[in-house]
Design a protein around this ligand. Structure first.
Ligand code: SF4
Length: 118
């Protein structure tokens, strides 16, 4: 999370930036100099059922999810992790299914099956 994202959440929740940092973020496991949203019970600290409690102030990565834009952090550049996470993320699962539909993946499977049988 950027300092600006923490500031935006603090303003949205009417909390201090330090409170947001302490209550809702933790050190990034891959880079302890950075902060990420705290994970509680296998979910984001701001997830309430199917709702985001800070939707209007959610950080950039949440806004860009599931990262279907082209480029370095795109879905295509992270296909391995996308496939792994699709088992727990319905948005990602549905996005991958839609790509398969749009790319004709299912038609190729049917054509191969028809060719093998006849
Ligand atoms: S969009 Fe999801 S991951 Fe992002 S802050 Fe909201 S609940 Fe958390």
């Amino acid at each position: 999370m950027t300092p600006g994202e923490i500031q935006a959440i603090a303003a949205y929740l009417n909390m201090s930036e330090d409170e947001v940092r302490l209550k809702h973020t933790m050190a990034d496991p891959q880079d302890s100099s950075r902060r990420v949203l705290r994970n509680e019970r296998d979910a984001c600290t701001f997830l309430d059922g199917n709702l985001c409690l800070i939707y209007d102030a959610r950080p950039g990565p949440c806004r860009r999810f599931p990262h279907v834009h082209p480029g370095e952090h795109s879905l295509g550049a992270r296909m391995e992790s996308a496939c792994r996470h699709s088992s727990v993320c319905p948005i990602l699962y549905n996005a991958l299914e839609e790509y398969k539909h749009q790319s004709g993946y299912h038609d190729l499977g049917r054509a191969a099956a028809a060719g093998a049988g006849g």
